[in-house]
Design a protein around this ligand. Structure first.
Ligand code: ATP
Length: 310
């Protein structure tokens, strides 16, 4: 394309973290992956990504929370996303990214996927790539199953590997308390544990085609937090609890402190607690903080990745 000097701007894109309100995991496929049926909700913990043109590809990272697990090399999903778009538009210089993280690292909240989504949009805008949202989601799906949802945001059903999305209807907002854990869980390790547990036929028979419980969609449409609390489900929870039994104590502490219900978020270890409203969420977070936990208040749904004007 052209010299870096021709594009001296800096583009800022914000993308949300997510929780899985429902997560139905099917049998392992011949390629080792699992088909899932998931209900994603984007929540108000955000990743901010700034992109500018440079001679090389490089990334810096800061955060509201512990960022020590974030790679700064080519393993970083934001950097890989930036390269994908830049190569697509035949940009022959580099890209400088800065990421400010608000989503717990390796917490089952899709922070890395949010970074990738934000970087896709930012570099497309920066280089005037003119890729459509659908094209960006397609590129993003090659980086990870959660990336297309971070582009879309809101609340959506994800099937296939979680990347075939259909928006879900939601009335009002839901208030969550997210209890973070300093020791991340590896998503592949949690799936491996699920396969191990399911290999015992008495515990879990065939799972077949994963499906979303209609009760979840009904509760979302009605804006009914109590009904949603009764319908929360995550098939990865048992595996996450098997690897980290202490997460069961956090779920119990959440219920004791007034949560309507609690669930492991994605592959964990973050615990998502549903509160009746924002005041209940604040009180719940205070009680958990007083008991020594780290608890973040968030609400959903919020929009997907979008550019912020300065
Ligand atoms: P998943 O989306 O697989 O559920 P997660 O939400 O549990 O992941 P992430 O914070 O997205 O957790 O990252 C998981 C791992 O991905 C990290 O441990 C890290 O090694 C790697 N990673 C790559 N790029 C990033 C990034 N930009 N931010 C955070 N982690 C990243």
């Amino acid at each position: 394309m052209t010299l870096a000097d021709d594009f001296p701007r800096r583009v800022h894109v914000r993308a949300p973290g997510k929780i899985n309100i429902a997560f139905d995991v099917g049998d392992v496929q011949p390629d080792g992956y699992h088909d899932v049926a998931s209900v994603y909700q984007a929540v108000s913990l955000f990743e901010d990504v700034w992109a500018s043109t440079a001679d090389e590809y490089a990334i810096t990272v800061t955060g509201d929370l512990d960022i020590s697990g974030v790679p700064l090399d080519e393993a970083n999903l934001a950097l890989r996303a930036a390269r994908l778009v830049a190569e697509h538009v035949r940009w022959d210089a580099g890209i400088q990214l800065h990421v400010h993280k608000g989503v717990p690292v390796a917490g089952g909240m899709g922070g890395g996927s949010a970074d990738a989504a934000a970087a896709l949009l930012a570099v497309n805008e920066l280089l005037d790539g003119r890729l459509t949202t659908a094209e960006l989601q397609e590129l993003g799906a090659t980086l990870g199953a959660d990336v297309p949802f971070a582009v879309l945001g809101g609340t959506a059903i994800g099937t296939g590997r979680g990347d075939e999305l259909a928006p879900a209807l939601v009335r009002g907002r839901f208030d969550w308390v997210l209890v973070t854990n300093p020791d991340g869980l590896s998503t592949p390790a949690v799936y491996r544990e699920l396969d191990r547990l399911r290999a015992v036929p008495d515990i879990a028979p065939e799972h077949g085609v994963p499906q979303v419980d209609p009760a979840v969609l009904q509760a979302l449409r009605a804006g009914d937090a109590v009904a949603l609390a009764g319908a929360l489900r995550n098939d990865l929870q048992e595996a996450a609890l098997s690897l980290r039994p202490e997460l069961g104590d956090v779920l119990a502490a959440g219920r004791r402190a007034g949560a309507l219900a609690g669930i492991v978020s994605g592959s964990g270890p973050t615990i998502a607690l549903l509160a009746a409203d924002v005041d209940a969420a604040d009180a719940l977070a205070d009680a958990l903080e007083a008991a020594g936990h780290t608890a973040l208040v968030a609400h959903g749904p919020v929009p997907g990745a979008r550019a912020l004007m300065h």
